[in-house]
Design a protein around this ligand. Sequence first.
Ligand SMILES: *[C@@H]1O[C@H](CO)[C@@H](O)[C@H](O)[C@H]1NC(C)=O
Ligand SMILES: *[C@@H]1O[C@H](CO)[C@@H](O)[C@H](O)[C@H]1NC(C)=O
Ligand SMILES: *[C@@H]1O[C@H](CO)[C@@H](O)[C@H](O)[C@H]1NC(C)=O
Length: 435
Amino acid sequence: MDALPFLLLLLLSCPPFFLSDGSALPPLHHHAYAAVDLHPIVLLPGNSCSQLDAELTEQYEPSSSAPASCGAGKGKGRWFRLWKNGTALGDPAVAPCYTDQLRVVYDRAAADYRNVAGVRTCVVSFGTTRGFGSDDDPSDPERSHCFKKMTQVLGRIGYREGENLFGAPYDSRYVPAPPGMSAMAFAAFTADLRRLIEHASRKNGGKPVILVTHSKGGLMAVEFLTRSATPWRRRFVKHLVMVSTGAGGIVVPMQSLAASAYAPPGSLARTERSYGTVFAALPSTKVFGDAPLVVTRRRNYSAYDIPEFLAAVGFSGEEVELYRTRALPVNVGFRAPRVPMTAVYGSGVPTPEQLVYWDGDFSKAPEVVYGDGDGSVNLVSVLALNTVVGDDPEQGFFKAVKIVNATHSGIISDEFAMKRVISEILEANRATYDK
Ligand SMILES: *[C@@H]1O[C@H](CO)[C@@H](O)[C@H](O)[C@H]1NC(C)=O
Ligand SMILES: *[C@@H]1O[C@H](CO)[C@@H](O)[C@H](O)[C@H]1NC(C)=O
Ligand SMILES: *[C@@H]1O[C@H](CO)[C@@H](O)[C@H](O)[C@H]1NC(C)=O
């Protein structure tokens, strides 16, 4: 019973996601590309692109590293932009409040992650692309890594918000758990996504939907699809165009997890260590095998040694256990979505492949050994899609498209790369497959 109130503290989309009956809505017009009979698109953006609103209830008590004044607005029913509020995060007087309220805790009784007590959150503008990327984010004013430019280009080929173009933002702090374990945030997201896809299809004469994802959005989509019934997938999903996602994680987070151990209490980097997300993209044993990813004089850490690595960079025994029992099975369990799929990825950009902390001091910047990839995603991880997805006898259509010199976010914002992605989306629209 203890866990019940928390179900109400999370998992809402704001405003609550209701769908109108498509029949009352105006008919669809294709302004350009009349030759292509467009299928509706649902976009899933990358990590941290989705906005969160929050409200503090009477239950909220600032933690010891946050000023007591952080609770000043509690119990007043006032909703505010918690993520990403660049103004607040840049203001030393209020930033510690925001980082305190963004924290996630693992609730042993509920066996799930949840918000800190007294913080209610909801994902802004579910169903649309309007909540993709903050317009108050000094680090990315163009929202280039959040599909902002892509939605403009999709508009040029006839996609219209709310008619045949939809967005599925999600609370990036939370991730899927292995089937059978509780993951309320992911469960709520997939329920909303399922209704959104059905709505998008209904609104477009029953045409199945094309899912277009970037980065972590691809992991969310694949987990969603592999847990959907085959008849539902066949009826509602025409194609998955997955941009910049590999089958086996990446090396980059190992560097940020080491660095964040030394970030000051109350900083955003510290808060982010509490998110289930931080373990989600770690290199999987299936793809990276026993290659030394972190090298020190005394010992090396391969993908098999991630539990020891996490302990070495300050995670508690319980947190390491959460990695082992919740994140790892999802990482190594990555499998074919069993809908027609095009994977688009960048290569030819130096990408961290090995981190050398020779004297074993993780507080110092490592010497980075670079390999091939898009700057974030290692090439080996996307190439693994050829076997994990391409060789699955039940997969059907699978195509991998390499874009040379496309960076991780440039692939959805640089003109030359976007053109390729768009042409793959048009091809997915035209394709007919044997089912
Ligand atoms: C961002 O945070 C500031 C400072 O707390 C607040 O005044 C502002 O309303 C927030 N922005 C939004 C969009 O809610
Ligand atoms: C660690 O990996 C490096 C680089 O591959 C290798 O040269 C070294 O022998 C390894 N060290 C240990 C202790 O296994
Ligand atoms: C990629 O970039 C490199 C370095 O700028 C350049 O030499 C090469 O021609 C580019 N390749 C393509 C296919 O654009």
